[in-house]
Design a protein around this ligand. Structure first.
Ligand SMILES: [Zn+2]
Ligand SMILES: [Zn+2]
Length: 270
């Protein structure tokens, strides 16, 4: 990704955000409010990546996300603001065990600039449990499945299955499974089995020509570290995978970020 305009100095580095939510799903700002706010904050490119609606019967929340009307509104806004900001139309799909065919079908129904794929839910004993809901629930999941290692492996197995469908462009918050793993209390990222899981995922991302979402949201939350970890970012860069920064912003104070972070995360090309 070209983010340096080196000859003009650091202050003119291009600011981009490829992971944003609006009222189309669970965000607080309307799409047009978000676009106007991003113009004010000097973003050159943004991608609106609202959650796609969930399959009927899966849960009673989110069934009205991202309607056809919403999708058409984004197309109009993209055009309306094109002289001020590049607005890309994205979507965030959830990988759900048992609903694979539904998801593959739905992912092909519209054209998007970017289709993100996320694993937020893991199926344990026929129940879909959200990874990022609470530490208590996370511990319960570990207990049910037997060990943290089994849970982590299940997470990456889901992610690998999703990548192999070849339906998506960006892997969102690649190592979200570390969300409650502050100080490595559940597992160590330095263990061989974990490094191997990551390498398998990165190789698949490369094979299917996908990109990685460098998700800054956790920086402000429990774990205080972006997704993925820096060592994974470096490995991904080394094998030529493109990385796109996003804040996973759902409200005003989650949209802007300090451009210096790009340097810290080795995301500048200069
Ligand atoms: Zn997500
Ligand atoms: Zn998101």
């Amino acid at each position: 990704m070209e983010v340096w305009l080196g000859f003009l100095g650091e202050n003119t580095m291009k600011k981009e955000n490829y992971h944003l939510h609006t009222t189309i799903s669970d965000g607080k700002l309307k799409p047009e409010e978000l676009i106007k706010f991003c113009i004010k904050k000097n973003f050159s490119t943004i991608c609106i990546t609202d959650h796609y609606f969930f399959p009927k019967g899966f849960r009673d929340w989110g069934n009205d996300f991202y309607s056809e009307k919403d999708y058409n509104e984004l197309k109009i806004l993209k055009e309306k603001y094109k002289d001020k900001i590049k607005v890309l139309i994205g979507v965030e799909f959830d990988w759900l065990t048992g609903y694979e065919n539904w998801l593959i079908n739905e992912s092909k129904k519209r054209t998007y600039d970017y289709k993100l794929i996320s694993v937020h839910f893991l199926q344990i004993n026929s129940e879909h449990c959200p990874i990022d809901y609470s530490r208590e629930l996370f511990e319960e999941m570990i207990e049910k499945i037997g060990s943290a290692k089994s849970l982590v492996k299940k997470y990456y197995q889901n992610l690998k299955n999703a990548i192999k469908t070849n339906c998506f462009n960006i892997v969102a918050h690649l190592d979200l499974i570390k969300i409650w793993n502050k100080n490595e209390i559940f597992f160590s990222e330095k263990e061989d089995w974990y490094i191997q899981e990551i390498e398998e995922v990165l190789n698949l991302i490369k094979k299917y020509n996908m990109k990685i979402d460098v998700n800054l949201k956790l920086l402000n939350e429990f774990n205080k570290e972006q997704c993925p970890s820096l060592w994974i970012i470096k490995k991904a860069k080394k094998i030529g995978i493109e990385l796109l920064v996003g804040t996973d912003g759902h409200k005003k104070n989650e949209i802007d970020y300090d451009i210096k972070i790009m340097k810290k995360l080795s995301l500048t090309s200069g």
